[in-house]
Each structure stands twice: as C-alpha cells, then as structure tokens.
Design a protein around this ligand. Structure first.
Ligand code: ASP
Length: 454
C-alpha cells in the first residue's frame, strides 16, 4: 500500500481537488491520503495557514477577529461551492473555527496551534467529502483519535514513539483514509503542530507506521533537478537518488522538502517518490536507501547563501590541547550551532549560519575568544555561500576535487574554503555569496556537460 501526501497547491481549489481525486482513483494501493491546508492559487495569493496565523495574531492582540475569520472561511467556502459540497459541511467548518477563536488564550502557543491546525483539518474534511461525492469510499480520520501523539512544544512539536503502534492500525481500515497533515495531539489532549511545512512529517510518520511500500509526496514540480533550474535552466531531472544524497542536497538549498521531515520514512527504509499533481504521468524522483552508481558520477549540485566564518589563527594551535573544545564551548554557551570546522595547522574556521550570529552574539563571542583563547588573529567574514557537489559515485574517485577547482579557477571564483570531509559522498566549497551563481554554473559545466571526444 502507498501513503500519498498532497501539498497546499494541490488542494488550493476545486480544479486541483479533481486532479487529486484522479490520482487516487488511478491506483487502488493509494490508501492513505495526507493533505496540507489549501495553498496559493496564484503567485500573490496567501496560503490558508498564513491567513490562520494572521487571525490568531489578531485574536491574541485583542483586536476584532471578524475580518480575518471571514477571509479564512471564504477560501473554504469557494472550494466547497466549486466542488459541489453540501452547505452543512461549510456550516460545520464555520462553527468549528468560531469555537477555536473563542477558546482560552492564556497559553499563546497552544491557542496559536489550535487555530493553525484548522487549515489541514478542514482541508481533509473537504477532500474526504469530495471523494465520497465522486464515488470513492473515503473517510476523514482525526489525528488525535487515531493516536498521533506529539510533545507539547507548540509550533515545533515532535512525534512520541508510541504513536507508531497506534497508527499502524490505519492499515486495516477499509477504503481511503484522508488524514490531515501538520498536527497531532498532546498527552493532555491539546492540538499541537509540527514546524511549518510539517504535513511532510505527518506523511512520513504514517508511511513508517503502516509500513507502506512507497511514500508518495505530490507537489507542484516534476522532480528534483540536478541543479536549481533558476541557475541552470534545463538542468536534468534526477530519477533515482539515495537518502544520503538528498540530505546533503537539501542541506545546501534544495527546496523540494525539508530533509528532516522525512526522517521517519528514512528510518523505516521506505522509498519516497516526489511527484507532480499537475503532471501525474511524470515518474518523478525516487529517493531510496541505496542505488547503483557509476564511479565519479555526480547526482546534483546545490548552493545556499547565508553563511559566515569565524576565522581564528594561533601559532602552535596544533599543540594546544583542548583549543577546539574550548572554542566550540564558547559557541555552545552563546547558543550558536556550528555547521563546519575546516582547519589548518595553526588556524581554524568555524562556519555558522548568518542568522545565528547576530551582531550582539558576534561581539560577545569574539570578545570571549580573544580573552579566553588568546589567538594571534580573529576575523569574522560574512556573506558566504556554500556549494555542495553530491554523489554516491564520488566515493574513492580520483580527480574530482581537481576538476572542481579547475572549473572554479576558470570562472575566476576565489575558493574561501574547501571541505571534502567525512561524508565521502560530497565535496563542499565556500565562496563569496556574490560568486555563488557563477561558481555553481561553472561546476555544473564541469560535471554535467559531456567533454567533447578528443
Ligand atoms: N500548512 C502548513 C504550512 O503551510 C503545513 C504544510 O503545508 O505542510 O506550513
């Protein structure tokens, strides 16, 4: 059986809903359908989740809620009307949302989550009703009733282990289960949500719980591409990729989904298939535990801005026991998580995300490093980008680094940092953010365009 998840753009209006129906009808093994809240219908549209967050904020600020509440209801009403659904369902949705808004606001996180979760909840009720109206035996299943238990970190909840055994019984339900993504219930019975984009997490949890053969994740792109098509238009689609490759690419900016979202499916070794609701005939990208590969083959190249380096130089650093630990401890105590630590004999760089190193933290950290570690030099460099070249086939292949550095040299890109570290399937370059696109294009040329025969 398959667990199949649809993103917000796939449920944005009745036309999209019809595509979802055809996809489910086309394959009787598609038995558990996880849905997001309705997303954008056009470029400047607002996602229902954002409307709901706006509504909750207005309520928490004590301002009148009728306007934002109506905006949410009208999105659902227009889907319901276009889809030919009974008025009772709309009335039910309206009174449910009014009850959520009227609830106790003492715990702001709890109140916010209860409102945020409404988008997925109504989307699932509508989808199930639409399926039934079109002859598919479908049933809305409430995550709380089904036993999806979450921690009470509102807005950032995590699944509790015992959920899996309870959710396993979904397998035995007849017909199609329509399950709202993004939220579950705490031990105290309150609604709690995952981080934004969390319907992917719900899908991965259900796929693991019912031991699905495949977790199909339907979105609005055909597949994962070897390079961001905005950087290299026409970059090839990736048809097969491993979890490890996907993780490395997602880390450096591949935005199809947040890699941490699929952890439950990865742990259970369930293949994940990224597909397009608007082009269901396209096979999409399959993400699997292992795949065959050719030596030297690169799967994809990813790049992301938003990094900075704290560079430290101290003569005889290599002989000073505990230097690295003390440095990282300063970062830990200041609440900054580090990403990489490329090092030389007398020097060490710590790469962190720009957004983590606020000006205030930078001031405190550099001050502490100066007094506690007495370096010869310390420098903070902002505006860095990381570029990752990723492929299982890079393992033990001679000459990959020289090909990459030659390409960057030819494109006049200065390499600020290079790391072919413990993960044998990737190579990472740090460059100035202003050089990112040029560097990525040069690397694409080097690894993806066939060299003319001599
Ligand atoms: N609707 C939620 C969000 O916009 C969750 C999701 O779509 O995955 O973040």
């Amino acid at each position: 059986m398959k667990v199949i998840k649809f993103g917000g753009t796939s449920l944005a209006d009745a036309k999209q809903l019809s595509k979802v129906l055809s996809i489910v009808q086309a394959d009787p093994t598609r038995r558990i359908v996880v849905v997001s809240a309705p997303g954008k219908r056009f470029k400047d549209d607002t996602k229902v989740t954002d409307l709901l967050i706006g509504l909750a904020e207005v309520a928490l600020a004590g301002a009148p809620t009728e306007g934002p509440l109506r905006a949410v209801l009208s999105r659902f009403a227009s889907i319901g009307t276009e889809a030919g659904l009974p008025q009772e369902l709309m009335t039910e949705i309206e009174s449910d949302l009014r009850a959520r808004v009227a609830a106790d606001r003492t715990n702001r996180g709890l109140f916010m989550d209860c409102i945020k979760a409404a988008g997925e909840d109504y989307s699932a009720r509508i989808t199930a009703a639409f399926f039934r109206r079109n002859g598919v035996a479908a049933e809305y299943v409430n995550p709380g009733a089904a036993g999806l238990l979450l921690s009470d970190d509102f807005g950032n909840a995590m699944v509790l282990e015992e959920s899996y055994a309870r959710l396993a019984t979904l397998r035995d339900r007849p017909g199609v289960v329509v399950f709202p993504g993004f939220f579950g219930i705490t031990r105290q019975g309150h609604v709690a949500t995952f981080p934004r984009g969390g319907s992917d997490i719900t899908g991965a949890i259900l796929a693991a719980a019912v031991k699905a053969d495949v977790y199909e994740n339907f979105t609005d792109v055909d597949s994962v591409f070897a390079m961001d098509p905005r950087i290299v238009p026409g970059a090839p689609a990736i048809s097969l990729i491993t979890y490890r490759e996907m993780r490395e690419l997602a880390y450096a900016g591949f935005g199809v989904f947040h890699d941490e979202a699929i952890v439950p499916a990865v742990r259970a070794r369930i293949p994940i298939n990224i597909r397009n609701t608007n082009r269901p005939e396209a096979p999409g990208t399959m993400i699997v535990p292992e795949r065959p590969y050719d030596s030297g083959e690169v799967a994809g190249i990813a790049s992301a801005d938003g990094f900075c380096a704290i560079y430290i130089d101290k003569y005889l650093m290599n002989r000073e026991i505990g230097f690295g630990r003390r440095l990282l401890q300063i970062l830990e105590e200041e609440g900054v998580s580090y990403e990489h630590t490329p090092s030389g004999i007398d020097s060490l760089s710590v790469i962190v995300r720009d957004r983590e190193l606020t000006d205030e933290r930078e001031r405190r950290i550099t001050e502490r490093i100066r007094t506690e570690l007495q370096p010869d030099a310390i420098l903070v460099e902002r505006g860095l980008a990381l570029i990752m070249i990723v492929g299982e086939g890079m393992h033990y292949t001679v000459g990959m680094a020289s090909r990459a550095t030659a390409a960057l040299t030819q494109a006049s890109v200065n390499i600020e940092m290079m790391n072919q570290g413990s993960s044998e399937i990737s190579m990472m370059f740090g460059v100035k953010a202003t050089d990112r696109v040029r560097a990525a294009q040069a690397l694409y040329q080097a690894f993806f365009t066939p060299t003319p025969a001599a």
